[in-house]
Design a protein around this ligand. Structure first.
Ligand SMILES: Cc1ncc(COP(=O)(O)O)c(C=O)c1O
Length: 408
C-alpha cells in the first residue's frame, strides 16, 4: 500500500475499503468496521443509502451535466428547496466546502467594493477551519495548515472564538471590515461550540455596521446539529451560509446560500463553476434532504445525541483523563487531558473507526440513521477503547468484550 501513485498529502491507515452499508465499512477481506465519523461528517445518512443511490442511478441515466449556461430542473428544484429550509434567497452551487467558502469570500469582497470599501476585510476566528485553497487556508485559524504556503492572502482579521468583547474591539478599530465568517461549531478545531450570546452578539454587530454574517455550516449543516442548519438552534439568521460534506451524502457538492443584499451582489461573470450544480450532484442532494424530512431525521439526530452524550457523560464521570464532553447534535467531542492520536490505530484493531482532531479531541460524527442498538454498540466500543487506552479498568459496558473486526 505504501507505494501507491498518490501525492503524499495524507497519513492513511492501512485499510483498503471495498464497500459500506449504514454505519459499517467493509474492507477487501470482508472485515467490517463501525464508522463513528462518516468520512468526516459526509455520509450522514449512512453508507450506500438506497434513496441516494436510486436518485443518482436515475439521474445518471437521464442527464449528468449540461453546464451553467443552461437551466436544469433538478438544479432549480434543489435551489428552491434549500432556500425554503434555510430562509435564504439564492444559491451558488460548487463542488466542495473550500469552493463554497471561496464563493462566500468573493461575495463579501464584492459587497464591500459595492459600498466603496476598496480593501475589504473579513473577520475570521482562531482555531477555525475553512478549507485548503489559498483564501480558505488563510481564513483558517491554524498555522499548521498555512505553513509553507506563504504569501497568504490579505484581507482577513483574526478574532478569538466566543469572545464578544474582543469582537467589539475589532469592530470599532477596523473600518475595512465587511463581513464575518464563523463556524457555529468548530469541527477541526476541536468541537468548540459557539456560545449563543456570542453568536447573537455577532449578529447585532453585523446589523449595526452593515456587515455580512457568514456561517460556515460545511460540517454542522445538513441535519447534523439536529436542525437543517445549526443557526436554527441559535435563533440567528445569517446573511450567507456555506454547505458541502453531508449535502450529497458522499456525492461531491458544495453550496453558498445568501439572502437580502448579499443575494443581489453577484452579477453574471462574477463567479462560476463548470461542474457546480450539475444535475447529478443536485439529484443526490435532493434525495438527502427528502430523506432527512421523510424519515424525521432531525428529531432523530437530537434524540440520538441525547442518548449517546448521556451515556458518555455517565461512563467518564470522574475519569481524570477526560477533560470535557461537549457538542451540538450529532457532533460530539470528547476532550482528553493529553494528546491521543494513538487511539486511532488502537480503535482500528478493535473494528472501530475513530477520528481525533486538535491533538486531543475524539470527534464523533455518527450517521443520523443509527438504530438505538447501533448507537449503543458504538458508544460501548468508544468507552471500552478509551478505557483500554487510559488503563482504566472499571467494568466494561454491557455490550460484551473488545472484538477484532469481523466478517459479517
Ligand atoms: C467547517 C469546514 N469548512 C470547510 C471545509 C472544507 O471542505 P472541503 O474539504 O470539502 O473543501 C471543511 C472540511 O473539513 C470544514 O470542516
Amino acid at each position: 500500500m505504501a507505494d501507491q501513485p498518490l501525492l503524499n498529502t495524507y497519513g492513511r491507515l492501512p485499510i483498503v475499503f471495498d464497500h459500506g452499508q449504514g454505519p459499517w465499512l467493509y474492507d477487501e477481506d470482508g472485515n467490517r468496521y463501525l464508522d463513528t465519523f462518516c468520512g468526516i461528517a459526509v455520509t450522514g445518512l449512512g453508507h450506500a443509502h438506497p434513496a441516494v443511490t436510486q436518485a443518482i442511478q436515475e439521474q445518471a441515466a437521464r442527464l449528468m451535466h449540461c453546464s451553467n449556461l443552461f437551466h436544469s430542473t433538478t438544479q432549480q428544484t434543489l435551489a428552491r428547496k434549500l432556500c425554503d429550509i434555510s430562509g435564504m434567497d439564492g444559491v451558488f452551487f460548487a463542488n466542495s466546502g473550500a469552493e463554497a467558502n471561496e464563493c462566500a469570500i468573493k461575495l463579501a469582497r464584492l459587497y464591500g467594493h459595492n459600498r466603496g470599501i476598496h480593501s475589504p476585510a473579513i473577520i475570521v476566528m482562531d482555531r477555525s477551519f475553512h478549507g485548503r485553497t489559498l483564501a480558505t487556508l488563510t481564513a483558517t485559524g491554524n498555522r499548521r495548515v498555512q505553513a509553507g504556503f506563504e504569501p497568504l492572502v490579505s484581507g482577513f482579521v483574526r478574532a478569538p472564538f466566543n469572545d464578544l468583547d474582543a469582537f467589539d474591539a475589532i469592530a470599532r478599530s477596523n473600518p475595512n471590515v465587511v463581513a464575518v465568517l464563523v463556524e457555529p461549531v468548530q469541527g477541526e478545531g476541536g468541537v468548540n461550540v459557539a456560545d449563543p450570546i456570542w453568536l447573537q452578539g455577532i449578529r447585532e454587530v453585523c446589523d449595526h455596521h452593515g456587515w455580512l454574517m457568514m456561517l460556515d455550516e460545511i460540517q454542522t449543516g445538513n441535519g447534523r446539529s439536529g436542525h437543517h442548519f445549526a443557526y436554527q438552534a441559535y435563533g440567528v439568521t445569517p446573511d450567507v451560509v456555506t454547505l458541502a460534506k453531508g449535502l450529497g451524502n458522499g456525492f461531491p457538492i458544495g453550496a453558498c446560500l445568501a439572502r437580502g443584499d448579499a443575494a443581489r451582489t453577484f452579477q453574471p461573470g462574477h463567479h462560476g463553476s463548470t461542474f457546480g450544480g450539475n444535475p447529478l450532484a443536485c439529484a443526490a442532494a435532493m434525495a438527502v434532504i427528502e430523506t432527512l424530512e421523510k424519515d424525521n431525521l432531525l428529531a432523530r439526530a437530537r434524540s440520538l445525541a441525547e442518548r449517546m452524550r448521556s451515556r458518555l457523560e455517565a461512563a467518564f464521570d470522574g475519569a481524570d483523563y477526560v477533560r470535557d464532553i461537549r457538542g451540538l447534535g450529532l457532533m460530539i467531542g470528547i476532550e482528553l487531558t493529553s494528546p491521543c492520536a494513538e487511539l486511532v490505530p488502537l480503535a482500528k484493531t478493535q473494528g472501530l473507526l475513530l477520528n481525533v482532531t486538535a491533538d486531543r479531541v475524539i470527534r464523533l460524527l455518527p450517521p443520523l440513521t443509527l438504530t438505538d442498538d447501533e448507537a449503543d454498540t458504538m458508544i460501548d466500543q468508544v468507552i471500552r477503547i478509551l478505557r483500554l487506552y487510559a488503563g482504566d479498568d472499571r467494568d466494561l459496558p454491557r455490550h460484551g468484550q473488545p472484538q477484532p473486526p469481523k466478517t459479517p
